[in-house]
Design a protein around this ligand. Sequence first.
Ligand code: HSE
Length: 306
Amino acid sequence: MKKVIIKSPGTVANLVCGFDILGLALNEPNDIMELTLLDEPRVIIHNKDEFDLPTDPEKNVAGVVLLSIMEKMDNKIGFEVTIEKHIKPGSGIGSSAASAAGAAVAANHMLGNIFSTDEVVQFAMNGEKLASGVKHADNIAPCILGGVTLIRSIHPLDIITIPSPDLFVTVVHPQIEVRTSDARQILKQQVSLKDAIRQWGNIAGLVTGFMKNDLDLIGRSLEDVIIEPVRSILIPGFAEVKKNCKEAGALGGGISGSGPSVFMLSKDEGTAKAVESVMKDVYTRIGIDFNTYVTTINKTGVEIVE
Ligand code: HSE
């Protein structure tokens, strides 16, 4: 029996100003998935964690991805998958993308890498559609490719990997659940030209800052005048966390994906740890349970473990 074990990383989508178009992969946390190729057309799912996610493949993020690959292979094969989630669903650090991208990369590996990276991203986006109602690739692309990625376009798919400095990332996950679909529904459908111009400046500044290794420019560009003012209302303590983290030396940061996690970029580990302790202080004071991660940018994306 053919079997593969993969490690699929958490991701930070949007990178503050780049709603739906920018994302980066994290070295921690990771989901672990084991995939077996079957010679009959069915998808069997086992969950090896406490999250009680659906095992019906039509209702499971990894399941719909595997079904779409099975269909593409004229239903001549099937898959059995065991998912061990460490990235909590609804955390804002790409839990659904890790399952979807992990399933797509593992299946492609089993099939002898017959699909291109763009095709693997397309398969994986079926999982995001199930999870949030919309095909977006700002978690999927960095999860598969690693590093910082720009999704210039979805139709047609145009993904660009952006070289980035070796930054540290601190993430705090206050233990409240924000569904991506809800966090998308509350967004305004109209943007003023003034705000759009400011946001374009920030996106261009952030990408340039990554490419030129200009940490001050990265910090200045981590500003969102469109999405954050609306979504931050869903995250208790957000303004205080952001202010205190910057005072502790973070370059900047904001909502991770659709929240409730908040991330901050720092130039060194000492600062990233100081930022973590500031985050812990805020949520301890407010009285909300939390998890934190101090990690770096994952440069490889989904990894074949064995
Ligand atoms: N770009 C998506 C959003 C990411 O912000 O809704 C969801 O993780």
